[in-house]
Design a protein around this ligand. Structure first.
Ligand code: ZN
Length: 77
C-alpha cells in the first residue's frame, strides 16, 4: 500500500507574523506584526485576504498623514 505524504504535494505553511514595508509614492509605511502564513521552504509571507483588506485601509489613512515614514503595528492600526 502506497503512502502519500501531503508535505510532498503541498508547500508547508506555518502561521507567523511578519513586518512588511510599503511604498506609497515616495513615502514609506512599515507595518509590523502582520499575521501571515510563512512558507517553510523560502520564508515568503502570504497574507490572508482579510489581512490585505485591513492593510489597505491602514495605508489609506497613513496617506492622509503626509508623513515621510510611518511605522505602525497591525494590531493597533
Ligand atoms: Zn516558498
Amino acid at each position: 500500500m502506497q503512502d502519500l505524504t501531503p508535505s510532498l504535494l503541498f508547500r508547508e505553511m506555518r502561521d507567523g507574523i511578519t513586518t512588511i514595508p510599503f511604498l506609497i509614492g515616495e513615502r514609506v509605511a512599515v507595518i509590523k506584526d502582520v499575521p501571515a502564513e510563512i512558507c517553510s521552504e523560502c520564508g515568503e509571507a502570504y497574507m490572508k485576504s482579510s489581512v490585505v483588506d485591513r492593510i489597505e485601509s491602514v495605508l489609506d489613512r497613513l496617506e492622509e498623514l503626509h508623513s515621510e515614514m510611518s511605522v505602525v503595528h497591525y494590531e493597533a492600526a
